[in-house]
Design a protein around this ligand. Structure first.
Ligand code: PLP
Length: 358
């Protein structure tokens, strides 16, 4: 018998998925992934290592991440039962869909936004209803309201601040949607610490509201892969059924715990990033041929009006500066996104951009 063609075994809905491409970043100025550009605060890495060494790294990690969940709960003002931690918030997006989505269900997603909501919907067998945002990237409320009340829409994904636009929405808008939603409404607050406003308090009133957060951005722990979600106990109880028992390794649990306990050490870095964002916005605003969009996160989306964005992106890369090219994504013609780097990185980026624009 002939062996089967492996591609024919693949679930048909996965055929269009493109693998995440590895790319070289070493030696470049990395302003493409919205990380915190600073090293960890003084002494923190050593403290993480000391703490981790005191744990039994030869044994499986705590499957409930009890200590970390307790610390997160205190940080967010909720109960530990309301917190689920994951291998980055990417894992939690998939876990939510594995648990509440799947074949026959839809995810409602206003776009442009973070691509993983749609990717994981497809991977888990659900389908996407994509609704375009307004031209200023605000939420298309009437269109969302119409769709969100459908019983097949099991999950709606909203991000505030949104990636890549940097836009936020208000409590009134969220309440308007929550009042109509038949499924879960996930608000991704990955960039919460750069903005300062959270919807966590609304969970008391809306048991279908889920908040997603991460240690990858403000806490500068992207390489450790730690994310968390906060929701009503009814929601987290279901997620604990489906979560892999050892999804978060001991070293990463320890790193997030130590970082959170020492969160005061991050304050000057966060202030510096927010001030840097305002400076960068002003500089881009004054640059002929560039239209930046206001942002409440640690990055700025801008449109190139004189030169095609892919060319600007390539020419910046040739000068050692990596930013994100979004041209080609719906609603983002000639758009690029730059992370707020350290002062010197910002200056180099602005100089290079000026040079590229001629
Ligand atoms: C809006 C948003 N959510 C989630 C993530 C993923 O974060 P994590 O590193 O926790 O998987 C990102 C990363 O860029 C993001 O921009």
């Amino acid at each position: 018998m002939m062996p089967p063609a492996i591609e024919e075994l693949l679930r048909p809905e996965l055929k269009k998925l493109v693998p995440y491409e590895p790319y070289r970043r070493e030696g470049m100025i990395m302003l493409d992934a919205n990380e915190n550009p600073y090293p960890l605060p003084d002494g923190l890495y050593e403290e993480i290592c000391r703490e981790a060494a005191a744990r039994q790294l030869t044994r499986y990690p705590d499957p409930t991440a009890e200590e970390l969940r307790r610390e997160i709960a205190a940080y967010a003002g909720v109960e530990p039962e309301q917190v689920v931690v994951g291998n980055g918030s990417d894992e939690l997006i998939q876990l939510l869909l594995l648990t509440f989505g799947g074949p026959g269900t839809f995810s409602l997603i206003p776009y442009p936004t973070f691509s993983m909501y749609a990717v994981h919907t497809t991977i888990t067998g659900g389908r996407v209803i994509a609704v375009p945002c307004r031209e200023d990237f605000s939420l298309p409320l009437p269109e969302l309201a119409e769709k969100i009340s459908s019983p097949e829409v099991h999950i709606t994904f909203l991000a505030s601040p949104n990636n890549p636009t940097g836009a936020v929405f208000g409590e009134e808008e969220l309440r308007f949607l929550l009042a109509k939603a038949r499924g879960l409404v996930v608000v991704d607050e990955a960039y919460f610490e750069f903005y300062g406003r959270s919807f966590v308090p609304l969970i008391k009133e809306y048991p279908n509201l889920v908040i997603l957060r991460t240690f990858s951005k403000a806490f500068a722990l992207a390489g450790f892969r730690v994310g968390y979600l906060i929701a009503a106990g009814e929601v987290t109880a279901q997620l604990f059924r489906t979560k892999q028992p050892y999804n978060l390794n001991t070293f990463s649990q320890t790193a997030a715990l130590v970082a959170l306990k020492r969160r005061d050490l991050y304050r000057p870095l966060l202030q510096e990033i927010v001030a840097g964002r305002e400076e960068l916005y002003r500089a881009l605003f004054l640059m002929p041929g560039i239209k930046p969009f206001p942002s409440w996160a640690n990055y700025i989306l801008f449109r190139t009006e004189k030169k095609p964005a892919p060319v600007v992106h390539r020419e910046l890369k040739e000068r050692g500066i990596l930013i994100r090219n979004l041209h080609g994504a719906p609603g983002l013609d000639n758009c690029l996104r730059v992370t707020v780097g350290q002062r010197e990185e910002r200056e180099k980026f602005l100089l290079a951009l000026q040079e590229v624009l001629g």
